[in-house]
Structures are given as C-alpha cells and as structure tokens.
Ligand binder design. Structure first.
Ligand code: DX5
Ligand code: ZN
Length: 213
C-alpha cells in the first residue's frame, strides 16, 4: 500500500516544511484544490501549488474539486510524474476535463462523490491511471469515513479487473480503519488529519503503514 498525505490538514503557513516532513514515507503529495463552488470550501490554486512544485521532488497528485477544470488545468505546471484528478460530476464533463489533463501531459485520475454510481466511471477506465474513491463528501478534512465506501471499493476493484488502474481512497482514513480499506482493494491511501494532526508525522505514517498490514 502507498501512502499519500493530504496537505489540506497541514499548517498552511508552512506548506513547504510540512511537505518535507512527510517526504520520507510518502509515495506522493495530495493537493486538494477547492473553489467554493464545486464544494463549499476554498483552499489554494495554481499559484500556490506551482510555487511548491518548484521546490519539491515527490510526485504531486492534484485533486481538482472545482468548476471549470478545463480552464484551470493548463495553469498547473505539472511534471510527467504528476497526476491530476478530475471529478466525473465536473461541470465541463469528464471527457473534456480528461482531455485537458492529457494535454498537460500529466497522469489522469477520476474521482466520484459518495452518492455517484460506479457505472458513471466505467466509460473512463481506459483513460485513467487512478480512480479516487471519495470516502467522505468532498470539501473538508477531518470527517468520518463513510462505512459503505468499503462496498464501493470492492465493487470498483471487481469492475477494474486486470486494467492497470490504481485505486486510491480519500477521506476519514485512520489507524482503526486503514486495514479494512486496503483489504477492500485500495492501492493508495490518502490521509490528511491522521498524518498532520499528529505531532510526529512520520510516526503517524509508520502507524498507518503498520496497521494496514
Ligand atoms: C476532502 C479531501 C481529502 C481530505 C482528507 O475533500 O479530498 O483529501 O483532505 O482528509 P482527512 O484524511 O482528514 O479525511
Ligand atoms: Zn482529496
């Protein structure tokens, strides 16, 4: 299992040092871009992510929870190792959003809200390297894991079959449930508050990795 810390729960006054503090055990860094429209919260956008991109070497995973992803995707200075995740519910339509990610030469991912049926993702399986399962309603960190997410992860695992797609799970993951999430089929765990809520971030990450085994 890979662990990708979400900087949404980090100290925004110190994002560079926060990112560096988790780097030894992180497979990538997860950046939650929110616009106050697609979700009722505002975080950061291309200027902030790009400034950090220049200074950090880990792969970036940019989770776009915004209207108009087609307009904003080209504004991210991504590297080929980076991933941009768009939502299937996107105002621009998932096809056009994925076209924009492809044009940016990043890996593409698709995500879906807890209430969105898995059927809606299937047309995109051949276009993405990641499917991101939202295990909370997108918008805020620190929420409780929605238990029926395990059924959705299992069903998604079955439908993906042998395709080269990673299943990432985002929201409410803690030491107490990470094992169930991995057993259901998750390849990548996104953790915000479980990592940045702890004083010793690496110790918290080690605990998550151990608990998942
Ligand atoms: C929620 C975000 C998540 C969030 C996870 O909209 O997509 O990435 O930061 O945070 P925790 O781990 O605190 O639920
Ligand atoms: Zn996220």
């Amino acid at each position: 299992m890979k662990l990708s810390p979400s900087l949404l729960a980090a100290d925004f006054a110190d994002l560079y040092r926060e990112a560096m503090s988790v780097a030894p055990l992180a497979s990538s860094l997860h950046w939650d871009v929110m616009d106050g429209h697609f979700v009722p919260n505002l975080t950061f956008g291309p200027p902030v992510v790009n400034a950090l991109r220049k200074k950090l070497d880990l792969p970036f995973v940019i989770h776009l929870m915004i209207d108009h992803p087609v307009e904003y995707t080209p504004q991210f200075d991504v590297r080929p190792m980076d991933t941009i995740i768009v939502h299937v519910e996107s105002t621009d339509g998932a096809d056009r959003a994925l076209d924009a990610v492809q044009a940016a030469q990043a890996h593409a991912g698709i995500s879906f809200r807890p209430a969105t049926p898995i059927d809606r993702l299937e047309p995109y399986f051949d276009r993405v390297s990641t499917v991101l399962v939202m295990s909370v309603e997108p918008g805020f960190g620190g929420q409780s894991f929605l238990p029926d997410s395990l059924t959705r992860i299992r069903e998604l695992t079955r439908r993906i079959g042998e395709r080269p797609i990673e299943i990432a799970v985002d929201g409410g993951i803690q030491v107490g449930n990470v094992r169930d999430v991995v057993r259901a089929g998750a390849d990548v765990i996104i953790a915000g508050s479980a990592v940045f809520g702890a004083k010793d971030r690496l110790a918290a990450m080690r605990q998550l990795l151990e608990a998942a085994r």
